[in-house]
Design a protein around this ligand. Structure first.
Ligand code: KIV
Ligand code: NA
Length: 265
C-alpha cells in the first residue's frame, strides 16, 4: 500500500477526486478508518470533548494529545496523519509554533500538524513549513477562539466572506498544503475553493470543496445532545453498544453467560 502524501492532496485538487478525512484518537478507530480507505486522520483537539471529558477544546494540552497521536500514527499503513496543535501551544510566536510542531513530529510519528487561524497565524505556518513540516490550516469557525467569536457561530457570512477569502489566501501564501473550512456557508466555501491552488477540506462547508472531514464520534452516532446540522450520522454506535451492554448484563443475571463454550474444562 502506498502512503498518502501531501502530493495526493494536490493531485486530488487537480483531478477533482474528493479527499476524505475523519478524526481519530486511538489505535482501534485508526485501523478501521485506514483499512476502509480514509485518506487522512486528524488527531483533533476535539479529543477534549470526545475522550478527555472537557466541555471545550481549550483545556487540551500538547501532553494530552501526544499519546493519542502516537497511537493513531502507529496504527495506519496508508492514511496521512495530522496532529492538531492545541490552544496555547503556538499563538505566542512563530518560534513557539515551530517548537510545538517539532514535538509532534519527533514524539508521535504524525505526518503533519494543523493549527487554527488565517491571517493571524500565517507567520507561524510559514515558520513550520520552512522547517519541512507540512501544515494543514483551519479557518472559518475556529473552536479554540469560541469565546472571542461569541459562540458556535457560522463564519464567512456577509462581510465575513471577504475576510474568509483573505484568510484562505494568507494560509496558502504561507505554505499550507490544505485548509480546513469549518462551519461556513456553501457559497463562501465555493468562492474560497475556486480562489485557491491548495485543496479545501470542509467540515460544515457544503459540497463545493475538495474534501470532507467529520468528527468520528459524531459521524458514527456516539455523540449525545446537540449535534450540528452539518453532521450526517452514518451509524448508531451508541445504540449498538448500549444494546450489547444490556444483553451482557442480562446474560450474567440469568446465568446464560458464560456457557460451556466459554468455559475451560
Ligand atoms: O479537532 C477537530 O476535530 C477539528 C476539526 C473539527 C476540524 O479541528
Ligand atoms: Na481542532
Amino acid at each position: 500500500i502506498k502512503r498518502v502524501r501531501t502530493r495526493h492532496f494536490q493531485n486530488a485538487k487537480e483531478t477533482g477526486i474528493l479527499i476524505t478525512g475523519l478524526t481519530s484518537y486511538d489505535q482501534l478507530s485508526a485501523q478501521i478508518f485506514d483499512e476502509a480507505g480514509i485518506d487522512f486522520l486528524l488527531v483533533g483537539d476535539s479529543a477534549g470533548n470526545n475522550v478527555l471529558g472537557y466541555d471545550t477544546t481549550l483545556p487540551v494540552t500538547v501532553d494530552d494529545l501526544i499519546p493519542l497521536a502516537r497511537a493513531v500514527a502507529g496504527a495506519v499503513k496508508r492514511a496521512f496523519v495530522v496532529a492538531d496543535m492545541p490552544f496555547g501551544s503556538y499563538e505566542n510566536s512563530a518560534e513557539e509554533a515551530l517548537n510545538t510542531a517539532v514535538r509532534f513530529m519527533k514524539e508521535t510519528g504524525a505526518h503533519s500538524v494543523k493549527l487554527e487561524g488565517g491571517v493571524r497565524s500565517a507567520d507561524k505556518i510559514r515558520r513550520i513549513v520552512d522547517a519541512g513540516i507540512p501544515v494543514m490550516a483551519h479557518i472559518g469557525f475556529t473552536p479554540q477562539s469560541e469565546h472571542g467569536l461569541g459562540g458556535h457561530i457560522i463564519q464567512g457570512r456577509g462581510e465575513g466572506e471577504d475576510q474568509l477569502v483573505a484568510d484562505a489566501l494568507a494560509v496558502q501564501d504561507a505554505g499550507a498544503f490544505a485548509v480546513v473550512l469549518e462551519m461556513v456557508p456553501a457559497v463562501a466555501a465555493k468562492r474560497v475553493t475556486e480562489a485557491l491552488r491548495i485543496p479545501t477540506i470542509g467540515v460544515g462547508a457544503g459540497p463545493h470543496v475538495d474534501g470532507q472531514l467529520l468528527v468520528w464520534t459524531d459521524f458514527a452516532g456516539f455523540s449525545t445532545g446537540r449535534i450540528p446540522k452539518f453532521v450526517k450520522q452514518y451509524a448508531d454506535l451508541r445504540g449498538a453498544l448500549t444494546t450489547a451492554v444490556e444483553q451482557f448484563r442480562g446474560d450474567v443475571a440469568d446465568r446464560s453467560y458464560p456457557g460451556p463454550e466459554h468455559s475451560y474444562d
